[in-house]
Structures are given as C-alpha cells and as structure tokens.
Ligand binder design. Structure first.
Ligand code: DX5
Ligand code: ZN
Length: 216
C-alpha cells in the first residue's frame, strides 16, 4: 500500500500554545502543518488569519499548508504567502477569479491548490489542472473539526485520482476531514497522497504512533 504524507490540522491543537503545537507536530513525525483559516462568512466559524501563520512560522521547518475558507481569497493570498505559507489552497466558488488567485500564489513562488466540497464535482477544478499543485477533497462540510467522513466522497477520490493521472502533472490529492487511524488505509488505496488529520492526531493517546499508522 502506498505511503502518504500526514498533515495534522492545528484547528484541533491548543490555541494558547500554537508555537509549541506546531513544534510537536514536527516532533511527532508529520509531513506538513495544516492551517484552517475561516472567515465566518464562507463557513459558519472563525479561526485565525495571517498573524497566526506568521507567529507559528519560526516554530517548525515543515511546510505550512494553509486552507483558506474565506470569501474572495484573491484579496488575501499574497499576504498569506508573505506570512510564511508554503501551500495556499482555497474554494474556487468563493473566488471571483480563481485563476488570478492561483497565479498570485505561483508568482510568490508558493504551491497553490483548490478545495472541493463533498457536494461538488470535477467540473469545479478541471479548468485549472494546468496550474494547481494540489487538489483538496473535503471529507466533511468545512467549518469544524471532529466530524465523520461522508462516504459518498470516495467516488470523487477515485475519479479525481484518475483525472490527475491522466493530466500527467504532479498534483497532490489531499483528503481533509473525517480521517482516522481506522479509515486512513482505505483512502491511501483509493489514491489519496496527503491526509489531513486534526482530531485523529491531537486526540490520540500517542500522536506519534497515530501519525505512523495513518501514513502506512
Ligand atoms: C474542516 C477543516 C479540517 C478539519 C479537519 O473545516 O478544514 O481541516 O480541521 O478536522 P478532523 O481531522 O478532525 O476531521
Ligand atoms: Zn482544512
């Protein structure tokens, strides 16, 4: 079975100790740090913005995988890049000009990606396959950690993995939401190459072991 990268979401970490939290994520053997930015408009929750990315940047050498759940991401992507993001992903339906936002991220020398909710299909991203470095499939509706995986997303995983293969481009396929030690192997076998794991990391008795199990 293919190994894949693990990206713990700091949404489930201790907000009073975020520096320590990202340092721990690296110590536990994770591959990326997933940062969930929510604006209370695109999703019904508010988390943090550029200052948090800048604040945690010195505490880890792992890539910061910044998931923007905000309206008009094109207005902010450059500032997230400047704050220290390595990957910046956003939901294309929240953007007035998704290509412009992707190009702005690329111009900063960073990796860009698009996020697909459980009720969306491949048509949402097909016009951008020439640009994206990552596609994120949501395993839950965004807004909160700790939700259960929506089974119907598995059809999209198979389809998107096939489309990425056909594109001939090196595009990561990330699954975000509902990942556990129990279901990770199934997602790896379906073609996922990056697993986001918020509660599965931070609520584990032994986070290091949980990350190793999910990676395969
Ligand atoms: C949901 C966020 C996810 C979330 C995942 O809106 O985008 O990244 O933190 O949490 P778990 O892994 O607990 O489902
Ligand atoms: Zn996320």
């Amino acid at each position: 079975m293919n190994k894949c990268s693990i990206a713990p979401s700091i949404l489930s970490g201790d907000f009073a100790k975020m520096g320590e939290t990202v340092a721990n994520v690296q110590k536990w053997g994770a591959d990326l740090v997933h940062c969930d930015v929510m604006d209370g408009v695109f999703v019904p929750n508010i988390t943090f913005g550029m200052p948090m990315i800048k604040a945690i940047r010195p505490y880890t050498t792992l890539p910061l995988d910044v998931h923007l759940m905000i309206t008009e991401p094109e207005k902010y992507v450059e500032r997230f890049c400047d704050a220290g993001a390595d990957y910046v992903t956003f939901h294309p339906e929240a953007s007035k000009d998704a290509r412009d936002a992707l190009l702005k991220i690329k111009a900063k020398g960073k990796k860009c990606g698009l996020v697909v909710n459980p009720d969306k299909d491949f048509s949402l991203v097909e016009n951008y396959l020439d640009l994206v470095d990552m596609i994120v499939l949501m395993g839950v509706f965004p807004g909160f950690g700790g939700q259960s995986y929506i089974e119907s997303v598995s059809d999209n995983i198979v389809l998107f993995a096939q489309k990425i293969k056909e594109s001939g481009r090196d595009i990561l396929l990330e699954l975000d939401g509902g990942v556990t030690e129990q279901n990770a192997e199934r997602f790896r076998s379906l073609g996922i190459t990056v697993l986001v794991a918020g509660s599965a990391t931070f609520k584990a008795a032994d986070p290091e072991k949980a990350i190793a199990v999910m990676r395969g």
